[in-house]
Ligand binder design. Structure first.
Ligand SMILES: [Zn+2]
Length: 433
């Protein structure tokens, strides 16, 4: 990745990038003077660096009040003990409005310009979340969570029937279209079976049909933990990925959260379908007891991006998630058990690099969710961050001896919320104060 020095990015009124030029480009001076004459030139202050906005592929919006706590139980217990009771509370619209306003504002302040959200089971709170994204100007993909299995979902928090879940999902898709009628689409709907264990066969089949009919995004969890993998194997005699494909839920707009335990055959199938993985390294440390084989996935041609997995992950920051992905990969590749000789300790694969985790947080995430963002290239939307070096509250410091590559690596590894001076979505600067 080569940093562009003193570049100019030309955008139109819709925030679409029309040109990216550097001083060597013959058009550069003309583009700058035209923009200046039209009073449309915005120049970055010194020691402020422009990067694409961050794409978070996996967030549970109604788990926001739980961030940073309740991480003492395995997945199947955690859902019933803490998470389902909390998510059910969002049928209180006043509560949902307050929490979602805070969540969207906080994520934008942390640089998440595109957020992929699981909502909750009821319809109305998901509309509240969509309105919060539109109000604050955050690009989003949102799903009404579908879960109807009476053996794995509590009576107080599930769709009563498969038909209920499907018709509410249809209604949500319709409501989002009406909310944005005539305008540029900022918030997109996703068909969202929570995961195979929480859905009946009839629901999985119905949602697969809906995906085919509407062409909407699909999001779900896949092969997250030993428990989940064993549950699906026992019920269907297949892997999670095979089961999702069988029900038509593996499309070129499907985002599979986690996917830690996918087989090589699953990876090939995911790549063939054009589906993507949301790698959530922080929550994997709590709930997966394994590290996602990111190197193998990239080598096999899978689309991969990053997810905070709020609140299975305790950080709202995709910068921190990228660093966790880096550390997790290094641990997996070099190994963790000091009692083993070095050659037997790890996978022996090459660990992810700083450049690669930045790519996962930006362009990789954008490709995974099939949206034209994540890079400064003509035809993509201008979603961007200004990152300032030298602020006392920011860990991001630049010294005279630093090369451009040094500055880039420091930015990825040390920038924090206090380093972010500007946030744009669709070319519109967001007030994150
Ligand atoms: Zn999740």
């Amino acid at each position: 990745m080569t940093p562009l020095i003193n570049c100019a990015i030309g955008i139109d009124d819709n925030g679409t990038i029309l040109s990216v030029t550097t001083p060597d480009d013959p058009d550069h001076a003309g583009i700058l003077s035209d923009a200046r004459l039209a009073d449309r030139l915005q120049q970055m202050p010194s020691h402020t660096y422009l990067i694409p906005g961050l794409v978070d592929l996996h967030i549970h919006a109604p788990q926001w009040p739980q961030l940073g706590k309740a991480l003492d139980a395995p997945l199947e217990e955690w859902l019933l003990k803490y998470t389902f009771p909390l998510e059910a509370k969002f049928s209180d619209i006043g509560f949902a409005t307050e929490v979602y306003d805070d969540l969207v504002a906080t994520l934008l302040a942390h640089g998440t310009t595109t957020a992929v959200y699981f909502g909750s089971v009821d319809l109305e709170p998901n509309v509240v979340l969509a309105k919060a994204c539109l109000k604050h100007g955050q690009r989003a993909i949102i799903g009404k969570v579908a879960m109807d299995h009476p053996e794995t979902c509590p009576d107080y928090y599930r769709d009563a029937t498969p038909d209920d879940a499907i018709s509410l999902t249809r209604a949500f898709i319709q409501t989002l279209a009406e909310l944005q009628a005539g305008g540029q689409l900022l918030v997109h709907p996703a068909i969202t079976p929570r995961f195979v264990p929480s859905c009946t066969d009839a629901l999985l089949e119905g949602l697969g049909d809906l995906a085919r009919q509407t062409g909407c995004h699909v999001q779900t969890h896949c092969a997250e933990s030993d428990w989940e993998v064993a549950h699906v194997k026992e019920r269907f005699g297949k892997t999670d990925a095979e089961t999702l494909a069988q029900f038509g839920l593996m499309t070129n707009k499907t985002i599979l959260a986690h996917s830690n335990f996918v087989t090589d055959g699953d990876m090939d199938s995911i790549a063939l379908h054009g589906s993507a993985v949301a790698h959530c390294p922080l929550s994997n440390a709590y709930f997966a007891n394994a590290v996602f084989p990111a190197r193998r996935a990239l080598d096999r041609g899978l689309k991969v991006g990053l997810g905070t997995d709020i609140s299975g992950g305790f950080s709202p920051s995709l910068f921190e998630t990228a660093r966790t992905a880096l550390v997790a990969s290094r641990c997996a590749c070099s190994g963790t058990n000091p009692n083993l000789p070095q050659v037997e300790r790890g996978t022996g694969e090459d660990a992810l690099t700083t450049t690669e985790v930045f790519w996962l947080a930006t362009k990789g995430g954008a490709e995974a969710c099939a949206l034209p963002v994540g890079a400064f290239e003509t035809g993509r939307q201008f979603d961007a961050l200004g990152v300032r070096a030298g602020d006392v509250t920011s860990g991001f410091r630049v010294h005279a001896s630093d090369s451009h590559q040094d500055i880039f690596e420091k930015l990825v590894l040390t920038a924090n919320v206090a380093s972010l001076s500007h946030v744009w979505v669709d070319g519109v600067q967001i007030d994150t104060a």
